[in-house]
Design a binder for this molecule. Structure first.
Ligand SMILES: Cc1cc2nc3c(=O)[nH]c(=O)nc-3n(C[C@H](O)[C@H](O)[C@H](O)COP(=O)(O)O)c2cc1C
Length: 195
């Protein structure tokens, strides 16, 4: 049976796009390393301005090294509550210049977003889900990983397989089963005047 999180679209859309959503109930089942690498390979094949590939990913695998702990400690309290079971936490970083001292790459953050969108779709093809996190302390990431000035930590994200909803804090359980919604196409698409 299809999950009610699958997008209910007016026009046909490929299943992988329909099935991507952002869970908070993650299983603690580890992601095999080869599959994890597939996700970042998919990210790496995104388009980017001047093929600058400004995306960087600081990856923390639970119980391996200390990246996971460092990323977890940068999350805000709300996000810590659900992210704690995810087996992988990542910080997405953009390189802000093409070459040292050159003019800034004004598409650096846009391009990181495209890479993460690719990663999201590859993840679904492997039954893995991503939940992106704006609620984290960038300065903690900068300090913890000694990120230089010409790079910016933009977003964190959790990766993992779906877990048990009843293990989440009560106030987070409802949204796990709630159908997803989107604006109507005529609010975002303009074939005539822009409104
Ligand atoms: C840049 C970005 C930042 C986000 N930050 C958070 C966050 O801090 N905490 C959270 O629970 N969800 C966060 N989300 C998840 C969004 O709330 C979610 O993608 C949105 O509600 C649409 O739901 P869907 O991804 O299931 O379609 C973030 C998503 C993005 C793209």
């Amino acid at each position: 049976m299809k999950s009610n999180k699958s997008a209910n679209t007016k026009y046909p859309v490929i299943e992988l796009i329909k099935d991507r959503w952002s869970p908070r109930a993650f299983s603690d089942k580890p992601i095999p390393e080869a599959i994890l690498f597939s996700l970042f390979e998919a990210a790496a094949w995104a388009a980017s301005s001047r093929n600058g590939q400004p995306w960087r990913f600081i990856c923390g695998i639970k119980d391996k090294g200390n990246n996971y702990e460092k990323i977890f400690s940068s999350l805000n309290e709300w996000n810590k509550q659900w992210a704690i079971t995810a087996p992988v936490l990542v910080v997405g970083v953009s390189r802000l210049d093409f070459e040292p001292g050159q003019k800034p790459n004004s598409y650096a953050i846009y391009d990181l977003g495209q890479a993460i969108a690719n990663l999201s779709i590859q993840a679904i093809a492997n039954q893995i889900y991503i939940h992106q996190i704006g609620g984290f302390e960038k300065n903690k990431a900068i300090q913890g990983f000694a990120i230089p000035d010409n790079y910016e930590p933009v977003v964190a994200f959790a990766l993992g397989y779906l877990g048990e909803v009843h293990l989440l804090p009560d106030e987070m359980q409802q949204s796990e089963n709630k159908p997803r919604s989107r604006k109507e196409l005529d609010e975002i698409l303009f074939l005539g005047d822009f409104k």
